[in-house]
Design a protein around this ligand. Structure first.
Ligand code: NAD
Ligand code: MG
Length: 299
């Protein structure tokens, strides 16, 4: 995919192909390795310029999709990178861990289910233990399961979505802040669903609304420590989240085509937003949400 780079001036509508996925579904969480067409994480293209040199980063859900693209970009910008993921995703994690090491920085693998508070605390303890500090925390892991009818949403699903998307972010952030020096940055992955919730994503959209509010409140709480807190709100991005029950099969066939740019985004197109918010270049930006939506703008 090397012609689809982040640097050559070109028409954004045709920079990446539109996706016509078969509608074939994977079990949750999906694997990048099994997603067709293959998402682009910038492996062939992302060029670092030392913007995060010497930083220590922890990224949840760093094995695939947006988190994988962010992990690769951070490593190439000079940061040591720890990634959290589920054990069933080891194959995807191995690919990202290899890319991090190829960038000449330290990689740390942290499998574990973050619905569990103890696991969240361990993620932080191991990262701080191995790296000495946490300069960048990216709360990016997420669960999205489409259910069309209100009566069909189980309590278990509702709870699991909140535990994964909201409670884990709270537990990890609370444990991480004591390891974060002034100048550190927290970046949360919220969603366009925080602003334009779809029917069928009731629990998921609600968690994304919570993440947006959490981000803004926490930014004001941590300003007096010199720690900035922001969020990225992706629009429709081609990742394993979508074909693993994130969307109904018929929606996958035209995924992202209703955006003004007419196609879904690729994970590689998200990474620069996270690099910007993690780096000192965004020193006066906190409590902000940066939309990367193909034109389905934030309010
Ligand atoms: P993805 O499936 O590649 O990444 C999500 C990751 O979350 C998984 O790889 C998995 O490692 C992790 N995860 C899920 N449940 C977990 C658990 N219980 N314990 C530990 N890890 C767990 O998909 P993605 O689209 O890159 O998702 C990344 C973030 O982007 C999510 O927060 C998602 O809500 C958000 N987002 C995605 C889109 C999109 O269109 N793909 C749009 C807006 C927001
Ligand atoms: Mg994954």
């Amino acid at each position: 995919m090397s012609q689809y780079d982040q640097y050559t001036m070109q028409d954004p509508r045709t920079q990446y192909p539109t996706i016509s996925a078969s509608g074939e579904l994977q079990p949750e969480p999906g694997l990048d390795a099994a997603t067709r067409p293959r998402p682009d994480h910038g492996e062939e293209t992302y060029r670092g310029t030392g913007r995060l040199k010497g930083r220590k980063a922890l990224i949840t859900g760093g094995d695939s999709g947006i988190g994988a693209a962010v992990a690769i970009a951070f490593a190439r910008e000079g940061a040591d990178v720890a990634i959290g993921y589920l054990l069933s995703e080891q194959q995807d994690a191995d690919h990202v861990l290899k890319e991090i090491e190829l960038a000449g920085v330290k990689a740390l693998a942290l499998p574990g289910d973050i619905k569990d508070e103890t696991v969240c605390k361990e993620l932080v303890r191991k990262t701080a233990g191995e790296f000495g500090s946490i300069d960048i925390l990216v709360n990016n892991a997420g669960k999205q399961e489409f259910v069309g009818e209100l009566q069909d949403i189980t309590s278990e699903q509702f709870q699991h979505t909140f535990q994964t998307n909201v409670f884990a972010m709270f537990w990890i952030t609370q444990a991480a802040v004591p390891h974060m020096p002034a100048g550190a940055s927290i970046v949360n992955t919220t969603s366009i669903q925080s602003y334009q919730p779809s029917p069928g994503l009731l629990d998921y959209a609600s968690t994304k609304g919570a993440i947006t509010a959490f981000t803004k409140s926490l930014a004001k709480m941590l300003a007096n420590k010199g720690i900035r807190v922001n969020a990225v709100a992706p629009g429709p991005i081609w990742t394993p989240l979508q074909p693993s029950h994130g969307q109904p099969p018929d929606k996958l066939k035209e995924f992202g085509q209703n955006t003004p740019l007419g196609r879904p985004g690729q994970p590689a197109e998200l990474a620069p937003a996270y690099v910007y918010l993690a780096s000192q270049e965004s020193s006066y930006v906190t409590a902000e949400v940066l939309g990367v939506t193909g034109g389905q703008h934030l309010p």
